[in-house]
Design a protein around this ligand. Structure first.
Ligand SMILES: Cc1cc2nc3c(=O)[nH]c(=O)nc-3n(C[C@H](O)[C@H](O)[C@H](O)COP(=O)(O)OP(=O)(O)OC[C@H]3O[C@@H](n4cnc5c(N)ncnc54)[C@H](O)[C@@H]3O)c2cc1C
Length: 274
């Protein structure tokens, strides 16, 4: 979907610059004037400064506040340093047989294993598993960058995941024929006792900027799904076109997420599944 989106922008004459990381954000009073990006192309690193009239950011809030020059007021800097993140890694295992279960995913609560959730990719879409004779299973581990799990080698993680799959009675470890590990930093914004007050200080300051908006999950330090992230981005664009939306108050109701009706009570509950 996003590749099609990128192509549509390019077809209309827009520029989508990949492999580019914003490292500095420049401001003049309450206007943002430009950004400096570091680019990686053909094995070379270059930096480039870009100016613009309007900015929308999806950078993690803590990172953003720390790269604005001149720095925001001290209380905003201190608030940003209070925001915390949870990281995540997924060990994808290829099994030489049919899917071990029919569900999309299973949450694991057993203290006997470290895996927190298991994905069955084919049930999301057959396109995700190119070989119909094999299964593809994602063993998800919630961790912190730099902790024991994060630092474990890919090979050891694949062995651990295979062993845990067997321990849970889902498949024998020796049916694992291949595996790959993806580490995702800042997968989850952490809601602790400090984050709300800190975010209030930060959002108030960001709202005082004339031409700069933050959107999305880490961009607003909000534990939201894709639909909400996209909605904040769409409203940010409408703000640039003259509408007035308070992005910090979009989807404050958790029931917006994913809803289901329980069979027994027939009452609405909401779940957070991401
Ligand atoms: C394990 C997991 C499972 C999930 N499952 C679901 C699900 O089933 N359904 C659902 O709706 N949601 C799900 N989510 C949530 C969903 O992924 C997020 O809500 C959504 O991706 C947030 O969109 P975003 O644009 O805010 O952030 P992202 O998708 O993270 O995009 C932010 C972008 O900003 C870029 N960026 C950051 N810093 C810089 C910088 N300095 N310079 C340049 N670029 C930068 C990043 O590279 C990235 O491309 C899941 C999340 C996780 C972690």
């Amino acid at each position: 979907m996003w590749e099609k989106f990128r192509d549509a922008i390019r077809d209309k004459g827009g520029i989508v610059q990949m492999e580019s990381c914003v490292e500095r954000v420049f401001r003049d009073g309450n206007r943002i004037t430009g950004v400096e990006i570091r680019q990686y192309a053909d094995g070379k690193e270059t930096t480039q400064r870009l100016a613009a009239d309007e900015f929308i950011s999806t950078m993690p809030v803590r990172e953003l506040i720390n790269c604005i020059e001149p720095s925001p007021p001290t209380e905003v800097m201190e608030a940003a340093d209070k925001l915390k993140y949870r990281d995540f890694l997924i060990v994808t295992l290829v099994l030489d047989h049919a899917d071990p279960f029919d569900d999309n995913w299973i949450y694991i609560h057993s203290p006997d294993v470290q895996v927190g959730r298991i994905q069955n990719f084919r049930t999301w879409s057959p396109e995700m598993v190119p070989d119909a004779d094999k299964a593809s299973i994602g063993m998800e581990y919630f961790c912190h960058e730099g902790d024991g799990l994060w630092e474990t080698t890919d090979e050891e993680l694949i062995q651990l995941a295979a062993k845990e799959l067997e321990k849970l009675g889902l498949a024998n470890a020796d049916t694992v024929v291949d595996g790959a590990v993806i580490r995702q930093k800042k997968a989850y914004p952490v809601y602790d006792t400090e984050y709300r007050a800190a975010l209030d200080v930060i959002s108030e300051w960001i709202s005082s900027l004339e031409n700069f908006q933050t959107v999305g999950r880490n961009g607003m330090h909000r534990y939201n799904n894709q639909d909400h992230s996209m909605l904040t981005a769409m409203l940010a664009v409408r703000n640039i076109l003259g509408e007035k939306h308070d992005l910090w108050n979009v989807n404050v109701e958790r029931s917006y997420h994913e809803e289901f009706v329980t069979e027994k009570k027939s009452e609405k509950n909401s779940i957070e599944a991401a």
